[in-house]
Design a protein around this ligand. Structure first.
Ligand SMILES: C[S@@+](CC[C@H](N)C(=O)[O-])C[C@H]1O[C@@H](n2cnc3c(N)ncnc32)[C@H](O)[C@@H]1O
Length: 348
């Protein structure tokens, strides 16, 4: 799975249990990122809508959420992957920008990306294979990158994995139905159809995904932007219209409040982190109009199934917290019966 800051990989088992206990049949993952959570919801049988600001997230959501694996001819994907893997690498924009001017990938792999990405655009645009192939290419590049997981810098020495050859693999399509959308959550929220369950995992701080993952953004847009700085970021990283209200302390709380007020959902799960700008009281205040509120706490780094504390609405702690610097909060809000069922599913 792709390296992605704030990905909820470790919390997926908990979120799956919560989704099942909620009794929902439709759900929304509004800041879907890698789509890990949306995929888990889809696998519980939900009809899922997955949205995000990023172009690469749209590619992931089109691949893993919108496509129903049972409706497609899998052989076509295998053939396309075989064909693209056999192409000879030719240097182009990607090689120059991300292997020579900056050093995120070894040139041999950059050249493969250039050839494959061009071919995807000419041969597969408009076909159902387009987004699965883009997803596969991003995953393949991620496996041979030379970063620590964000694209604000690259390693001084080539990473061990960067020496391997880039190979595209089957991204593994999922059975079920869903919808993928790209857009700003603040604008999208009021336009989305009602769902039983909404999951919100907004950015926690000033670090912008558009800047941190500019290479994936460019790989999907394939728009050869002007760039700047040692990291060779897209010039539009500087533009106001690529900034997110969730990356500013001034605008984050009011934007989240607007999203929560605008969303038409019965039950809500909100992920938040103890190193972020909102306090526990503020979290409660944000969602209490939805009904009953519970906040579950998890040790994000060490989480292997141990839930470390639960707070009731008065902020009284039930359960034993462990020692941790990095606590992931899961806020549940909705009808009392539903929230009680969800809490019980975790506490046992
Ligand atoms: C904490 S990450 C979500 C991680 C995701 N739950 C996962 O497991 O991969 C936050 C996501 O919010 C997206 N984002 C940032 N600002 C946004 C906005 N204004 N509207 C929609 N998505 C936004 C980012 O692109 C990023 O993917």
């Amino acid at each position: 799975m792709i390296k992605y800051l704030g990905s909820k990989r470790t919390l997926v088992p908990v979120l799956t249990k919560l989704a099942e206990a909620s009794g929902a049949s439709t759900s929304l993952d509004l800041f879907t990122g890698t789509t890990r959570v949306a995929q888990a919801f889809k696998q519980t049988g939900h009809r899922v809508t997955a949205t995000d600001l990023a172009s690469y997230s749209l590619a992931f959501a089109k691949t893993w959420i919108e496509i129903d694996a049972s409706m497609q001819e899998h052989r076509e994907l295998e053939d396309a992957l075989e064909h693209l893997n056999s192409l000879t690498g030719e240097p182009g924009y990607f090689t120059k920008s991300f292997c020579e001017d900056a050093r995120y990938f070894q040139p041999k792999n950059g050249q493969k990306v250039d050839s494959i990405r061009n071919q995807i655009e000419t041969d597969y645009k408009g076909s159902w294979l387009y987004f699965p192939l883009l997803t596969s290419l991003i995953l393949a590049a991620d496996r041979v990158d030379s970063t620590t997981g964000i694209q604000m810098a690259f390693l001084k020495q080539w990473s061990a994995r960067s020496h391997a050859n880039l190979v595209m693999k089957d991204p593994g399509l999922k059975v079920g139905s869903g919808t993928a959308l790209q857009g700003d959550a603040v604008e999208l929220a009021s336009t989305l159809a009602p769902v039983d369950l909404a999951y919100l995992d907004p950015p926690y701080n000033q670090h912008r995904y558009f800047a941190n993952y500019h290479v994936w953004e460019t790989l999907v847009r394939w728009d050869s932007p002007e760039s700047y700085g040692v990291a060779n970021k897209r010039i539009d990283v500087r533009d106001d219209n690529t900034k997110s209200a969730f990356n500013s302390k001034k605008t984050m709380a009011s934007s989240l409040a607007k999203v929560i007020a605008d969303l038409k959902c019965e039950t809500m799960i909100l992920s938040y982190n103890n190193e972020s700008w909102l306090s526990r009281d503020e979290l409660f205040a944000l969602v209490e109009t939805k009904g009953k509120v519970e906040i579950l706490d998890f040790d994000f780094k060490r989480y292997v199934g141990a839930q470390i504390g639960v707070y009731n609405k008065l902020g009284k702690k039930v359960g034993e917290p462990g020692h941790s610097r990095n606590i992931e909060h899961i806020v549940l809000a909705g009808p009392k019966q539903t929230v009680d069922r969800m809490t019980a599913a975790i506490l046992g």
